[in-house]
Design a binder for this molecule. Structure first.
Ligand code: ADP
Ligand code: UDP
Length: 240
């Protein structure tokens, strides 16, 4: 597989075409951003840490029956993925109150939930990723009713796999964000998990000390951001 031209430069990753239109190269940069790109920095080792972390998680999910875009690691900072037509929606599951849910509802972070909460957000930095529901998604043609159901089912299935995986490593999976898409040339094929699963897109707290081990360390200037990502990775068995 030969890497060709840059297709899209996002806030943390650059996507390249390849000589096969069904596949893309995902390059993990050291760039990190928060607040819809308003706060930006470079953190040494972030690219290779997240590339390996994501590969490990995607392999765990695939083994548990969650189809993903991940094909293989190519090198320290790059992975080969299937080229997906992405649904412009972020799917969030919360096991514990934190972040925007705490703010929106005036709740304290760390409050336990009787059952996990599912939320949809429209992916738009310009609009600050507004929360939407099933009706918005259907009415605006972003996804079909079947795809909405599949996104919910798959996002909860991921919770069933990853909550215990992190718990065994002494970590609480507080919340996470997933994005889905479908292989461009296969409109009838099932939805696949795309993008990434790394501490950039989830909250993980040490189960004993409640210490934050995720991107909140960057958002809140707590320091040792990548050290924490790597500590999480080592605890769950990512070869870092
Ligand atoms: P952002 O666009 O939010 O700044 P990134 O820097 O992570 O995020 O860029 C990655 C982009 O690639 C995202 O827009 C994401 O939706 C998209 N993407 C992720 N996986 C795939 C895939 N398999 N095929 C096509 N696009 C993808
Ligand atoms: N998240 C993300 N990308 C986004 C928005 C949220 O990866 O554009 C993740 C975030 O890291 C957290 C979860 O989704 O793990 C829920 O985020 P929340 O709605 O609480 O927003 P935040 O407080 O992170 O802005």
């Amino acid at each position: 597989m030969e890497k060709r031209q840059e297709l899209y430069r996002g806030k943390a990753k650059t996507v390249y075409t390849t000589d096969d239109p069904a596949y893309l190269v995902m390059h993990y940069r050291d760039d990190t951003s928060a607040f819809d790109g308003a706060k930006i920095a470079q953190l040494a080792m972030k690219g290779e840490t997240n590339n390996r972390f994501n590969a490990f998680i995607m392999e765990q999910l695939a083994a548990a029956g969650v189809g993903t875009h991940f094909v293989k690691l190519l090198n320290e900072r790059e992975s080969l993925v299937k080229n997906l037509k992405m649904i412009p929606i972020e799917c969030v599951v919360r096991n514990v109150v934190a972040g925007s849910m705490a703010k929106r509802l005036g709740l304290s972070e760390g409050m336990p939930l009787v059952n996990p909460v599912f939320e949809f957000f429209y992916k738009s930095d310009a609009l600050h990723d507004p929360m939407v529901n099933d009706y918005h998604i259907l009415a605006l043609g972003w996804a079909s009713a079947a795809d909405i159901e599949a996104m919910k089912t798959l996002t909860f299935k991921v919770n069933g796999v990853l909550k215990p995986l992190f718990a065994q490593a002494g970590l609480t999976l507080v919340d996470y964000k997933l994005e889905f898409g479908r292989e461009a040339a296969k409109p009838q094929a099932p939805l696949l998990l795309g993008d990434e699963f790394t501490p950039d897109g989830c909250r993980l707290w040490d189960s004993s000390s409640q210490e934050k081990m995720d991107k909140d360390r960057f958002r809140r200037d707590l320091g040792n951001v990548i050290e924490a990502y790597r500590e999480v990775g080592r605890r769950i068995g990512v070869p870092l």
